[in-house]
Design a protein around this ligand. Structure first.
Ligand code: 5GP
Length: 128
């Protein structure tokens, strides 16, 4: 499966320093920053630095070092922004939208870290 990555997407521009961001954490392979239009008191985006469109692209083609770094960075962000249960937080939700059905706006893998309030049920009831 070929994945087409558009290096003009907004997160690629953030990674190149062409657009500013409010950084929460930077690691060797990942960057976390506050969402520009937060949907909860805590809304952080965690992205890999590599050119991956979405999660399945990343899982298939990222190196073990990138995958480990990204997984750890997301966990570290949950602690840093104090949403990790048992670490000064009340809980959080991780969401990664992909493609049309997932209503993905920016075609560079990102994990939304949401928290700071009760987030409600994950999805509305599904009825055909
Ligand atoms: P998606 O719908 O692709 O899962 O989410 C994209 C997210 O990126 C949205 O929550 C949107 O607010 C955020 N976003 C879009 N442009 C920018 C930007 O220039 N800076 C930051 N920090 N977030 C952005």
């Amino acid at each position: 499966m070929a994945y087409a990555y558009d290096d003009q997407n907004i997160f690629a521009k953030i990674l190149r320093g062409e657009i500013p961001n409010n950084t929460v954490l930077e690691t060797d392979h990942s960057l976390a920053f506050h969402d520009i239009q937060p949907q909860a008191p805590v809304h952080v985006l965690v992205i890999p630095k590599g050119p991956y469109v979405n999660y399945d692209h990343f899982a298939a083609q990222a190196s073990e070092a990138e995958i480990t770094d990204y997984a750890r960075a997301i966990g570290e962000v949950c602690k840093l922004v104090e949403v990790a249960p048992g670490n000064d937080g009340d809980g959080y939700r991780l969401i990664s939208n992909a493609g049309e059905a997932g209503v993905q706006e920016v075609p560079h893998l990102h994990m939304h870290v949401l928290g700071g309030r009760v987030l409600g049920r994950m999805l509305k009831k599904f009825d055909d």
